[in-house]
Design a binder for this molecule. Structure first.
Ligand code: HEC
Ligand code: CU
Length: 421
């Protein structure tokens, strides 16, 4: 009898333990889980704001862990000590029950208050700290504006005014100076979105008619993943972006490269001496790095970004010229700005230097010729509902195509877009 109930209890405990541990066991196959250093990790942080939030999380975990140990030990003790030892025990009346021992109750209340205070003090401090750039560093803070639209991000640099145009504007990749606080004004062009770069800072909503802001700082130059964190319609899950932090020198070089109008590649024969001269004449300001041209070289995400700042060695000027023409004919110019070229639209991301970015379609696809072609071939299969397809490629009212692109058109457009360094 004893043995039977004992083994039953053991079996039950065993099953419980297995169920509870199964996520851990499954994840055991994946070492990354234990390191917790994924692209969007809030544990493996890279800046002071995210660090203060992570530390607060740890404090809360520690306090609750201590509570767990105390409660679990008392429970284990009571369960073991007062268990039914005999069959008769199991059916006997419960022993007299005690209620309201003042000492225990006051002790528990005091204990809970104490635990809450331990959590509350650092919480208030962290709220204060993450709310805005610390007073002492305010003068040093860099300001940018991020505006969300379904389903992409626009970034503006109010300090970088371009004559007769307005602030420098980019899309989907936010470049910031490393080691310096950056205050980001958060706006939205349509519904509520939320701005989140997990390794740098927690999320803040972008709300219509409300001027929110967030601040963050990257300890070192790096490449970071961001994500819209508030459900905002069809393609919300793939509304991403990147943050690239550069040292002061590279940041200044990047700003001056971005302020230039779009690159002009004259239509000369591919591989001709003129083409080579044209390529060689393209000078990317004063970056402190050179790309690793070796195609087999393993590069970090930041090095990959650096590589993107330089023109492709095998670019075809004639094809690029054809792409530029198609960009007008197929009405792309009505939605996209390509400063210095014909593009003037503002419905879609600014493409003046799109070739220098590492991603397209709001951080979803790598900016390679294949992925660009995939995007142009059928934007709606990549991002359901997107406003480039619905309103551009097709008329949403009639469902009829406004224009079509042949494979040749796509090849030329890809060459053109990739040349916009
Ligand atoms: C009706 C307006 C509209 C037209 C016309 C249009 N686009 Fe777009 N385009 C958009 C919008 C909006 C996005 C952002 C889509 C998203 O990520 O949700 C976009 C995104 C892009 C991107 C990715 C940019 C990035 O930052 O991720 C490229 C490249 C692009 N379009 C090229 C083109 C080309 C080439 C054409 C012409 C064949 C074209 N677009 C026509 C509105 C338009
Ligand atoms: Cu969203």
């Amino acid at each position: 009898m004893y043995l039977k109930s004992f083994s039953r209890t053991l079996a039950r405990i065993g099953t419980r333990a297995l169920v509870m541990a199964s996520p851990l066991l499954l994840a055991g196959c994946d070492l990354n889980f234990w390191r917790m250093d994924g692209h969007q990790s809030t544990i493996d942080v890279a800046g002071p704001v995210a660090r203060s939030q992570r530390d607060l999380f740890y404090i809360t975990c520690d306090v609750t862990f201590v509570i767990f140990i105390i409660v679990a030990s008392v429970l284990a003790y009571a369960t073991f000590k007062f268990r039914a030892r005999t069959e008769a025990d199991a059916h006997a009346e419960p022993p007299p029950q005690g209620h309201g021992n003042p000492l225990v109750e006051i002790g528990l209340i005091a204990g809970s208050v104490f635990a809450l205070v331990i959590i509350a003090i650092p919480t208030l401090k962290a709220i204060w700290y993450t709310y805005d750039v610390p007073e002492a560093e305010k003068a040093n803070a860099y300001e940018v504006t991020a505006t969300a639209s379904q389903w992409w991000f626009k970034f503006e640099y109010p300090k970088e005014q371009i004559n007769g145009v307005g602030p420098l504007t980019t899309g989907n990749e936010l470049v910031i100076p490393a080691g310096r606080p950056v205050r980001i004004q958060l706006r939205t062009a349509d519904v509520i979105h939320s701005f989140w770069v997990p390794k740098l800072a927690g999320k803040v909503d972008m709300i219509p008619n409300r001027g929110n802001a967030i601040w963050m700082e990257a300890d070192q130059p790096g490449y970071f993943w961001g994500q819209c964190a508030e459900y905002c319609g069809d393609s919300h899950a793939v509304m991403r972006f990147r943050v690239i932090a550069l040292n002061e020198k590279d940041f200044a070089a990047w700003l001056s490269a971005q302020k230039e109008p779009a690159r002009v590649v004259a239509a000369v024969a591919a591989g001709s001496p003129q083409a080579k001269a044209q390529f060689a004449s393209y000078k990317i300001n004063e970056y402190g790095f050179t790309p690793k041209w070796d195609p087999g070289a393993s590069v970090t995400p930041l090095e990959n970004w650096q590589q993107q700042q330089f023109p492709n060695k095998d670019e075809n000027p004639a094809l690029i010229a054809q792409g530029r023409k198609l960009f007008q004919e197929k009405t792309c110019i009505g939605c996209h700005t390509v400063r210095g070229h014909e593009g003037v639209g503002i419905t879609g991301p600014n493409l003046t230097h799109v070739g220098a970015r590492t991603t397209i379609a709001a951080g979803l696809l790598e900016n390679t010729p294949d992925q660009l072609a995939r995007w142009l071939r059928h934007p709606n299969q990549v991002k359901p509902g997107n406003k480039m397809y619905n309103g551009g490629y097709i008329d949403p009212k009639t469902g009829k195509a406004n224009f079509t692109l042949t494979e040749e058109d796509i090849t030329a457009l890809v060459a053109y877009l990739s040349s916009l360094k």
